[in-house]
Design a protein around this ligand. Structure first.
Ligand SMILES: *Cc1c(COP(=O)(O)O)cnc(C)c1O
Length: 368
């Protein structure tokens, strides 16, 4: 193959490089490295960007979910319903809070959790539901909010793949009581390491989260409850502040690349992700084909990197083998068909064309 590689992702700073360098230098010169002015500034700016009243920065998206549940008083003896198709950390966060994850099947087109499946699983122990705005596509929030209301459940949104997404024009993360974000480097807004945040309109939940992330501390040497140790570094906060002003432009770019893929693949017998809402932010672009493994090998032979999000439904992960048996036939079938094509803001249109041509040149045959 003479063509150079189409990489899965490229995380090196580009148009933001000068701002990122300046942000790091500012923190080093100030000499204040944990929970300082950069974290405070980022919290205020991210709250504004996401349409929430309060943001508390923590060490990861997983901690954002775990601490939100703990902040809501959800833990041992409680069930939390979530989707069968997500990053494993959604369910690990529920376990880390001491609660039990219950997995609901997905909508076969949207690939986010099916509100009817959630409602069917509500029982006496159910305390919360955590939909995931998977791949940047908002889950069906109006229907999920109705289920949560009917049964008195806390609705916590996993926004780790959905920075700036909207659902029916409403920013994701503002329908539920709280929203968890990740700033892992590959996310739509990424740090140069781990990071996360909880956004909420609930001032008392926010105040509790500030204690929970910092040893239960209410004032110096005074700790009122058992808590975690989960803080965002000043350097990461400064990097996120440097990048946040670019996020709208990067999101527009992701949508444009997705449109290019969609147009290019129109005649190819694979399924492209449906856009159930124009507020989709295309964290990933997973196509579906029953010949997934063959297509992956075909692209690899042409020097095009792909990944699978996700090869295994969550209830089939050994980590959750002790949970109640659960049947998610849609998620199980879809997991065998998914293949994520490269998509990131600095990807060129020529690279998209190369991927499209390579997918089209794989004689997959007609797929239902
Ligand atoms: C990345 C991710 C998480 C976990 O975030 P971390 O920052 O890696 O802990 C949780 N849920 C989803 C859907 C994610 O994509």
């Amino acid at each position: 193959m003479t063509d150079h590689a189409v990489r899965w992702i490229d995380l090196r700073p580009r148009e933001d490089a000068i701002d990122v360098d300046a942000a790091i230098r500012r923190v080093v010169e100030r000499g204040w490295f944990v929970l300082g002015p950069e974290v405070e500034g980022f919290e205020a700016e991210f709250a504004t960007a996401t349409g929430s009243d309060h943001t508390t920065a923590v060490a990861s998206g997983t901690d954002a979910l775990t601490l939100t549940l703990r902040g809501l008083g959800i833990g041992a003896g409680d069930d939390v319903i979530t989707t069968a198709l997500s990053a494993v950390f959604t369910a690990q966060a529920i376990m880390m809070a001491g609660a039990r994850p219950v997995f609901a099947d997905i909508d076969p087109d949207r690939l986010t959790v099916d509100p009817a499946a959630v409602e069917a699983l509500v029982g006496p122990r159910t305390a919360a539901v955590i939909p995931v705005h998977l791949y940047g596509q908002p889950a069906d929030l109006p229907a999920l909010a109705a289920v949560a209301d009917r049964h008195g459940l806390a609705l916590v949104e996993d926004c780790c793949q959905a920075h700036l997404a909207t659902c029916g024009g409403v920013p994701v993360g503002t329908t539920g009581v709280a929203a968890a974000y990740s700033f892992y480097p590959t996310k739509n807004l990424g740090a140069l390491g781990d990071g996360g945040a909880v956004c909420t309109r609930d001032a008392s939940l926010d105040a509790r989260l500030r204690r929970l992330r910092n040893g239960g501390q209410t004032s110096r040497d005074h700790h009122t409850e058992p808590a975690a140790h989960s803080r965002l570094d000043e350097i990461q906060a400064a990097v996120l502040r440097a990048r946040l002003p670019y996020l709208r432009e990067w999101t527009t770019r992701r949508r444009a690349l997705a449109t290019r893929y969609r147009d290019g693949l129109r005649e190819v017998p694979i399924r492209v992700p449906p856009e159930s809402d124009p507020g989709h932010v295309y964290h990933l672009f997973p196509i579906r084909t029953v010949a997934r493994d063959r297509l992956r090998d075909h692209l690899r032979d042409r020097n095009i990197e792909t990944l699978t999000h996700y090869p295994t439904p969550l209830p089939a992960q050994p980590a959750f083998a002790d949970m109640e048996p659960n049947h998610s036939p849609v998620a199980a079938a879809v997991c065998g068909e998914l293949l994520s094509l490269p998509l990131y803001p600095s990807m060129t249109e020529a690279a998209v064309t190369r991927v499209v041509d390579a997918v089209a040149s794989n004689n997959i045959g007609v797929v239902p």
